[in-house]
Design a protein around this ligand. Sequence first.
Ligand SMILES: Cc1ncc(COP(=O)(O)O)c(C=O)c1O
Length: 451
Amino acid sequence: MTTIDRKKLAELQERELKRFVAEHPRSAALYEQAQESLLGGVPMNWMKKWAGPFPVFAAKAKGAHFTCVDGREYVDLCLGDTGAMTGHSPDAVVEAVTKRASEGITLMLPTEDALFVGEDLKKRFGLPHWQFTLTATDANRFSIRIAREIMQRPKILVFHYCYHGTVDEAFAGLTDGVVGPRRGNIGPPVNPEETTRVVEFNDLNALEEALKQHDVACILAEPAMTNVGIILPEEGYWNAARELARRYGTLLIADETHTICAGPGGCTAEWKLEPDMVVFGKAIGSGIPGATYGCSEEVAQRISARIHLEDCDVGGIGGTLAGNALSLAAMRATLEHVLTAGNFVRMTELASRFNEGVSGEIRKHELPWNVQRLGCRAEYTFCQKPPRNGGESAAAADFTLERLLHLYALNRGVLLTPFHNMALMCPETNPADIDQHTQVFAEAAGELTRS
Ligand SMILES: Cc1ncc(COP(=O)(O)O)c(C=O)c1O
């Protein structure tokens, strides 16, 4: 197997940085100017993490492509880290949102679109009752609150290296088997050890140990982990985990925000998971802020038994703009016209093409890497075998190598997600876009391994 020469890696990085700076003068100037009004020169702190000395400022995006303010064109495989898995600005959504925006954006009153969306979600995920928020983070936070309230238990359980948005209870990790704040956790309100149990994914014994004390209200889980590479459940894992949750009286919340890439009803439908609650955000409104959480009949009954009308506006579940007319119009158009079964078939075929291309190059250059896929999402990690859990995947991370590959791709017109090596397909991605990535990946692998 080939090992990466770190000296060569550093040389390539320097060369690519120079190219990036030379080719993006307008983005550089805007970034410079932005220092005067924006903290760190960016509208959101994570935008600093793009591979380069400054982010590319976007001009226009449509479908699977965008142009930057320097007039360069890109294939977008990041797709707003799933927010634009629908493709940028799909026509049907633009039309619905434009109409709604001229007829009232937010009223604190329901609109008819909500009924269509509720019915559609019911069919996709098999859960009967739905509520809306502005972000998946909020949908997770509210689901956790509900679980704690109706189960009358204090703790939640998450998997090591999970990500569910900026949810305090989920910013927990394991260090030598002990739960504590995850690296980088900014100002945690309490040590998450007080609120959270953490176990490795794919470890049923650890899960049972954690549930045995009958104090865990819910498991908050991505059915397949997607935020530390793609980690698929082992055969039979979810059947057994589901059974353990039932045995110990713990609710199962499936966060399908990313795993919706598996199909129209996410992994819940594909793998017949039968969760008690489902969360789905980001792509549900093609990037117009909006998210949802749904629950089973039993959970719904427990909610109405414990949560009273008089307190429902101040109970910690809310958001003035939640369920607003514009979000619901965007969701309706997205579900009806964009996240359709037909589009998922095409998108999934393209992700397979991506994997074939990348794995061919990995083999050719004898790199100790692998590439995984979940529906229309693909990702390569720097270890030979697909990782089984978050700990294994995190141990294989190589920040410097990742940055080089991202910058290399960006300089050749391909955008990957800034945080790991993820590529996502949208309905308008085409085979040529995927082949462009394969070509770029092949060049990078060739340069990295050439002696
Ligand atoms: C699985 C999962 N759930 C929830 C979220 C939170 O989404 P948002 O930042 O839109 O609230 C994310 C964000 O990356 C996520 O990956």
